[in-house]
Write a protein that binds this ligand. Structure first.
Ligand code: UDP
Ligand code: MN
Length: 256
């Protein structure tokens, strides 16, 4: 009975969404005993994501919850100003608390943003997480990588530029938790009101995790198995020009 990996992915409608989800789906399709919890940041479940998941051949749960307007990042805001995907990850946690039985099942929870890049080895590294597994994340924090600093198999601190004194100075992509932890701390969730860089640290703290609980993976946190990639915004500046020059732009009935 291999533990099930529950992957929670917040996602929102934008030009690049289907491309991101397709790449992530094709990664997850290679992982056995995995359940994908996709949580749309929207008032309702969209047709695009609904149809996408129906065709996915994956075990999945489709949820949605909108981020209130005042918590949304404006186009001109720097990306660190407000945390993204918070209510969506919490909806995933609530689904697990309602649907996973820690006395009969074994599970691991991983928060996988839709735009990152995942090595398949990562999923087998996290599979037997007892409490909290941790590993490096590439291309994050304006560094080549961030990582837990490990000595004699224990996490001693953090290789990060930004506030290394945080209790858990780790990106969302850099840890997984045993699903049973959610039931020991039944109120633990992500907070929308955290200061810059505090989202992950305050969540792990709310779960009652200590540095001593962390299990370094990926060869003592020396291997990069996940990258915090970000996708360039696509420009549509030729659509208008196309209409003016040729009388028609792209067919709105064709889903991109
Ligand atoms: N996200 C969301 N709603 C938003 C913005 C982002 O649900 O308004 C999701 C997004 O799809 C991704 C995660 O939250 O899975 C993190 O967002 P993003 O990749 O934009 O953050 P960054 O990598 O820039 O920190
Ligand atoms: Mn991202």
């Amino acid at each position: 009975d291999l533990p099930i990996i529950y992957v929670i992915t917040p996602t929102y409608a934008r030009l690049e969404q289907k491309a991101e989800l397709t790449r992530l789906l094709y990664t997850l399709q290679h992982v056995i005993n995995l359940h994908w919890i996709v949580v749309e940041d929207s008032e309702t479940k969209t047709q695009l994501v609904t149809r996408f998941l129906q065709k996915s051949k994956l075990s999945y749960t489709h949820l949605n919850v909108p981020t209130p307007e005042e918590y949304k990042l404006a186009a001109t805001d720097p990306n660190w100003l407000k945390p993204r995907g918070v209510l969506q990850r919490n909806a995933g946690l609530k689904w697990l608390r309602d649907n996973f039985n820690p006395s009969t099942g074994k599970g691991v929870v991983y928060f996988a943003d839709d735009d990152n890049t995942y090595d398949l080895l990562l999923f087998e590294e996290m599979r037997f997480t007892r409490k909290v597994s941790v590993w490096p994340v590439g291309l994050v924090g304006y560094l080549r990588y961030e990582r837990p600093v490990v000595k004699d198999g224990k996490v001693m601190g953090w290789h990060t530029y930004w506030r290394p004194e945080r209790t858990f100075a780790i990106d969302m992509a850099g840890f997984a938790i045993n699903a049973s932890l959610l039931f020991k701390r039944s109120e633990a969730k992500f907070s929308i009101h955290v200061k810059r860089g505090g989202l992950e640290s305050e969540f792990l703290t709310s779960l009652g995790v200590t540095l001593d609980d962390l299990e370094p993976k990926a060869d003592g946190c020396t291997k990069i198995l996940v990258w915090h990639t970000r996708t360039e915004k696509s420009s549509l500046k030729n659509e208008e020009k196309m209409i003016r020059k040729y009388g028609q732009g792209s067919d709105p009935m064709i889903e991109v």
